[in-house]
Write a protein that binds this ligand. Structure first.
Ligand code: C2O
Ligand code: CU
Length: 579
């Protein structure tokens, strides 16, 4: 069983146990003896089965079970200890076990809420609030169902509930280690003299564009989606003037995957202020790394990118021969981009297809009609790329794959999620059933360049209730906290930093660190066995554990977030910090 299915199974068992106890309690109160006994039996069996799921998850990693072991297990055992013996003794009046069964139900439900609303790490406040809830609910039930508790028992219950509630709430609202206030001042912009400069101007504005024959409202650079493709040659200085015509919520340019100096990174509130209507901002940096990248607004990025504020950035190592095609894939107003394109290519011409996923979810790409190699991922060339055929690739949100092949007499075609986006003629191959490439086993391995790590961080991705804002929200969390309350990761310049990223949730999280490429060390404890993979965007699927590392060689305050931009907006965003 995969970790994701173990997590799901454990959740289902916990729900069954809760429903069994609660339903049993209700049935007992209504004197429905067989029903009460049946439901209690379901609860007991589910509790027993949970022992196996929790043990199996514990073997994958403590992150997956911490609160289940520390909070749910004692509460479940209390449930069995209270309800079990009373069930055996409930000879004639089943109603006498109603309260014990309900107590068990509250105990298991309380623990379940801790998992669903908080998760990792184990929190004393969550545990105390659960206890307060269980005691209160039990006391209330006891009063409602004839057998009145004695005064002492009710007083004790009230005291325990109040104490737990106060302690739990106090801990829950205590200020966490909030990140340093983002600096909002203007940076001096680096002048880079005497170098060949590529100048562009991008004007952001609202517009209407046509997608597949339909007019849709968009936010766009230069009134086109995607925006103009920016190209440069290694060694050029890129100078891009951003103007905002009428995007009320502001615009910036973030160079996704391009490890620019921090003050050019385009994150509003962190590296610059958002560019408001009528304003402009000039970005300037040297293109010293070849490859396929893209740019997008980072101001209300969830909405801005989805509405169309993005474009392609390609840096070539030198003059190219052959055909070089960028295929940025996007979903605009529910319609897929780009429209299918057909072009003729003469046999013998080398072709490079630059596949770019600018959406917030994974896409599946399949190149039919030719053998090909994956030459680069996220802008970095792979070593020892071997020839592939009839194999699909999955590109995470924000990620890029460069596929290369030499055109033959027969046509080729590229499908994205089964939709043809590019072809050089008629190809009738069905690509849906193809196996998917695992980049961790593709190409020629090399030794990891570091033997020790100066800093190690763990990011546990999950969902949880966030009460720190104005309105409570069900946030996407990192280590139980949501932005802006996730503590920043502080390192020193020169440190070799290792991140372990654990996905406890049921959603894919495409992880993206700004300003650095990370080297993949392992996934699910299996060391990466292919070409060194230097990534800026990688999918951490439910139940997965990734270990990645990088050298802190680009000082600043860097966003580190999920590139499902809706998740980032809903809390899954933190910062890496050093000077
Ligand atoms: Cu492409 Cu912070 O994002
Ligand atoms: Cu996510």
């Amino acid at each position: 069983m995969t970790t994701a299915s173990l997590l799901a199974a454990d959740l289902v068992l916990a729900i069954l146990a809760a429903v069994g106890w609660l339903g049993g309690g209700a049935a007992a109160a209504a004197r429905r003896r067989p029903l009460a006994l049946g439901l209690a039996a379901v609860a007991l069996l589910a509790t027993l089965a949970r022992a196996t799921t929790v043990l199996a998850l514990a073997r994958v990693g403590w992150w997956f079970v911490a609160e289940k072991v520390v909070i749910a297990a004692p509460l479940s055992l209390a449930a069995v200890a209270v309800a079990g013996p009373r069930l055996l003794r409930a000879a004639d009046d089943i109603r006498t076990v109603a309260v014990p069964l309900l107590f068990s139900g509250y105990a298991v439900s309380g623990a379940l809420l801790v998992t669903v609303l908080h998760g990792y790490p184990v929190s004393a406040s969550a545990g105390l609030l659960a206890v307060a809830g269980v005691v209160t609910a039990t006391a209330v039930s006891w009063r409602l169902i004839d057998a009145r508790p004695s005064r002492t028992v009710s007083r004790a219950a009230v005291a325990v509930a109040v104490a737990a509630l106060l302690a739990g709430t106090g801990l829950a609202v205590a200020p966490g280690a909030a990140p340093a206030a983002p600096h909002d001042h203007a940076y001096p912009q680096a002048r880079i003299p005497d170098e060949p400069t590529r100048r562009f101007t991008l004007t952001a504005g609202t517009t209407t564009v046509s997608v597949g024959g339909h007019d849709v409202a968009a936010w766009a650079f230069d009134a086109q989606v995607p925006g103009p493709e920016l190209t440069a040659t290694v060694g050029d200085v890129l100078e891009v003037t951003l103007r905002n015509r009428d995007i009320g919520r502001g615009v910036t340019l973030h160079w996704h995957g391009y490890d620019v100096p921090n003050d050019q990174d385009g994150v509003p509130g962190v590296t610059q202020s958002a560019v408001l209507p009528g304003q402009e901002f000039v970005y300037r940096f040297r293109a010293d790394q070849a490859g396929t990248y893209w740019y997008h607004t980072h101001s209300v990025s969830d909405v801005g990118v989805r509405m169309g504020l993005y474009g392609v950035l390609v840096v070539r190592p030198g003059p190219t021969n052959g055909l070089d095609v960028s295929v940025p894939v996007h979903t605009l107003a529910g319609r897929p981009l780009p429209d299918a394109k057909v072009e003729q290519v003469a046999a013998g011409v080398p072709v490079r297809l630059r596949l770019i996923n600018t959406d917030s979810t994974t896409h599946r790409y399949a190149l039919a009609g030719t053998a090909f190699q994956v030459a680069a991922i996220d802008g970095y060339e792979l070593s020892g790329a071997t020839s592939l055929r009839d194999t699909a690739v999955l590109i995470p949100a924000g990620g890029r794959y460069d596929l290369v092949f030499t055109a033959a007499d027969t046509p080729v075609a590229l499908d994205v999620d089964g939709r043809r986006v590019y072809s050089t003629g008629v190809v009738s191959t069905e690509t849906g059933g193809w196996p998917v490439l695992d980049p961790l086993t593709y190409g020629q391995p090399a030794a990891v360049p570091w033997s020790r790590f100066d800093r190690t961080f763990t990011l546990v991705l999950d969902r949880g209730l966030d009460l720190r804002g104005l309105l409570p929200r069900y946030a996407h969390t990192v280590n139980g906290a949501a932005a802006p309350d996730i503590p920043p990761q502080v390192v020193r310049r020169g440190d070799v930093v290792r991140f372990t990223i654990v996905n406890r949730s049921q959603a894919v999280h495409p992880w993206h660190l700004h300003g650095h490429h990370v080297l993949v060390l392992s996934r699910d404890r299996r060391p990466a066995a292919g070409s060194p993979l230097w990534l800026d965007s990688f999918d951490v699927r439910p139940g997965e554990v990734w270990e990645v590392a990088f050298r802190a060689d680009n000082p600043g305050m860097w966003a580190n977030h999920c590139h499902n931009l809706g998740h980032a907006d809903a809390g899954m965003m933190l910062h890496l910090l050093y000077s």
